[in-house]
Design a protein around this ligand. Structure first.
Ligand code: ADE
Ligand code: ZN
Ligand code: ZN
Length: 259
């Protein structure tokens, strides 16, 4: 009987956590972490290895999603996204006092640069930073509050009901059927110039780049649409490019923090 009750609760808990939105999804976040790893300086690699006790950036990239269902970490939930209207901008739009994705990235960098922060606090914020650079490159995480970044924008994906946010978090990546290591290994070969262009700019510039993509997505997607191969082929390169940019730019920030 005990085993039966235990199994029931196990199934209940796993089905509840399965239903939570997971942003880029594990594959996307891990790909960003694995790509960043390739662009780290020696010093950054060493310092990160010490802080994370040898865990890879890919492995810790999903930590911020794993703590989402824990009430003790509720304050971090609004840190995964930033919303403002299309006809406004981040600087003039009133900020949420609970924080947002842009503010979260600044906070993580501040802790990692603070000589007085404990190893534990730094490790925690490093794991969050790895995740949030991924989120920053998911266009619908720089979205609009009305439809909760597309979570309330209903569409179908290969005849099954879902929402636009979920299509961009994971459906496109899932349908592409590549593991995170394959995505990292097969990311586009970049010229020096292309690489430099990606590395340039500020976190805010990168946020607005995502916002530009988000606007484009809203122009090309109609509520209730049945999306499939055409949509996937139109956008899979955008997704792959965003994962690559997220990884390269995460390394830019980490190389600067641990210089
Ligand atoms: N909840 C509200 N807005 C959101 C967004 N842009 N992305 C993810 N979750 C959200
Ligand atoms: Zn998401
Ligand atoms: Zn997230």
């Amino acid at each position: 009987m005990k085993t039966l009750i235990f199994s029931f609760f196990f199934l209940l808990v796993s089905s509840l956590s399965y239903g939570l939105p997971a942003d880029w999804g594990k594959t996307g976040h891990r790909a960003t972490g694995a790509i960043a790893q390739k662009y780290l300086s020696k010093k950054a690699k060493r310092e990160i290895e010490k802080l994370l006790d040898g865990q890879s950036l890919a492995l810790v990239s999903t930590f911020a999603d794993e703590i989402k269902s824990d009430d003790n970490y509720r304050e971090y939930a609004p840190w995964h996204y930033v919303n403002f209207p299309f006809d406004s901008n981040y600087d003039i739009h009133p900020k949420s006092d609970k924080g947002d994705l842009y503010m979260a990235i600044q906070k993580c960098m501040e802790v990692l640069k603070d000589d007085n922060a404990t190893k534990e606090k730094k490790a925690f914020h490093l794991k969050l930073l790895v995740h949030f650079l991924g989120d920053l490159h998911q266009p619908l995480h720089v979205g609009m509050a009305e439809d909760r970044g597309g979570n309330r924008f209903q569409v179908q994906w290969f005849d099954e009901g879902t929402n636009l946010h979920s299509v961009w978090d994971e459906k496109i990546i899932e349908s592409y059927q590549m593991s995170y290591t394959e995505l990292a290994k097969n990311s586009k070969k970049l010229s020096k110039n292309e690489l430099q262009n990606i590395q340039n700019g500020s976190v805010k510039d990168w946020m607005y780049e995502s916002r530009g993509l988000c606007e484009q997505i809203y122009k090309t997607t109609i509520s209730g649409d049945n999306l499939g191969y055409l949509y996937m082929y139109d956008y899979v390169d955008v997704v792959r490019s965003q994962l690559q940019k997220g990884g390269i730019r995460l390394a830019v920030l980490l190389n600067d923090i641990f210089k």
